[in-house]
Ligand binder design. Sequence first.
Ligand SMILES: Nc1ncnc2c1ncn2[C@@H]1O[C@H](COP(=O)(O)OP(=O)(O)O)[C@@H](O)[C@H]1O
Ligand SMILES: [Mg+2]
Length: 397
Amino acid sequence: MKKLRVGILFGGRSGEHEVSLLSAASVLQAIDRKKYDVHLIGITRDGRWLTAGDAAHLLPSSTAAPQQLRAGDPEATPGAALLESGEEVLVAPMPARAEHAGSSLATLRSSAETSLNVDVIFPVLHGTFGEDGTVQGLFELADIAYVGSGVLGSSAGMDKDVMKRLFAAAKLPIPKHVTVLRRDWQESPRKTTGSIEAALRYPMFVKPANLGSSVGISKAHDRKELKTAVDLAASYDRKIVIEQSIGGRRGKARELEVAVLGNDSPQASVVGEVIPCKEFYDYEAKYLSEGSELIIPAPLTKAQTKQVQQMAIDAFRACDCAGMARVDFLMEPGKPSSARSKKIFLNEVNTLPGFTSISMYPKLWQATGLPYSQLIDRLIEFALERHQEKKNNRYDL
Ligand SMILES: Nc1ncnc2c1ncn2[C@@H]1O[C@H](COP(=O)(O)OP(=O)(O)O)[C@@H](O)[C@H]1O
Ligand SMILES: [Mg+2]
C-alpha cells in the first residue's frame, strides 16, 4: 500500500522559531516511518521555504536526543549545546546554496526539481504566521489536509482579546480585563491609565493581544510599572490586553493545563500543573532556566478535575478549534480543598502548543494512555477526517 506522504513544516518567522525546531526534531524522531513518507519543509527566520536536505539543515543537530532539549521542561538536562547561549538555540548554519548550486540559475533549477507533493501537512510552527491562521489559509487555498485548527480557530486562539470575547459568550469564567488600542495609549496616556485603573486593581498583567511564549508580557504592581508595561506591549501589537492578576497581592495563581484532542467530539486529557520558577511563567521560566516544574496529574479534587476538563472542551469549542489545543487555566492560590473553594479561570487556548516529547501537551496524553507516536497518528487522522468532512460542503449555488 502506498504510504501517506506527510509534510512536516517547521521554523518560521515568529519569535518562537527555535521552539518550533525543537518540536519538529521530536516529531521527526517519533513519527512512524513504516506508515508515512516524511517530507521536511523548513521556513527560515526571514521567511524562505526550504525542502529536503536544505530544510534538515535548519534542525538542531541530530546528535541531540529530544530528552536533552530543555523546551520548557525542568526534567530535561541542561541540554546544552542547544541552549547554552541564553536565548539562542544553536542551529546549523543556514544552508549554503552555493555548495551545491554554482549559479543562481542552477539554484532556480534545483528548487524546481525539489517541488514536492504531500497528502497532509503537520505545521509544527508556533506563534505568528504559524499558529495564527495565516499558514492555515494557504493550506485551505491549496486544498490540502493539515493538522490542527483551521483559519478561524487559529486566529481566535491567537488573539487574546477576541478569545476572551468568545469565552465570555460561552459563559466561561475569565479574569477581569480591558483591551486598549495602541493609538489611544499613545494619544491620551492619562485618560487611558484612568480607565484601566477604574476597571482593575493592581497587580495587573499587561499583554500584547497577539503573541505567545510570554513575549512582551509584564506584571505591573503600580502606575509606574503599568506605563512601562503598556509601552512594551504596545511595541508588539496594536491591541493590548490588561488583566487583573489572579492571586492578587497575596500569591501566585496556580497554572493548570489540559490537552484537548479531536474534531467535533473533542476529548480532554488528565490535568497538569506548571509551577514556574519565577514570579510568573515568563519566557525565561518557560525555556531558559531550570526549576519550573510540571506536575501530572495536578493535585485537585475529583470535582475540580472534572470541571477543568469540561471547561477545556467548552473553550476548544468556543474558539472553533480542531485537531488539538492545549487549554490553560489560572486558579486562585491556596490548598485546593480549603474551606472556600478556589475559583478557576480560563487563561487561553494554544492551538499549536509546544510539541517536543517532553512538552506538556504530549506528556498529558502520555499520562492519559496515548503515547507520543500514537498521538501523531491520531492528529494525522483528525486532519484527514476534517479535510474529508469539508468535501460535504457545496460551493455552487
Ligand atoms: N491574569 C493573570 N493572573 C495571574 N497570572 C497571569 C495572568 N495572566 C498571565 N499570567 C502569567 O503570565 C503567563 C503568560 O501569560 P499568557 O496569557 O499565558 O501568555 P502567553 O500566550 O504568552 O503564554 C501565564 O502563564 C501566567 O504565569
Ligand atoms: Mg500561556
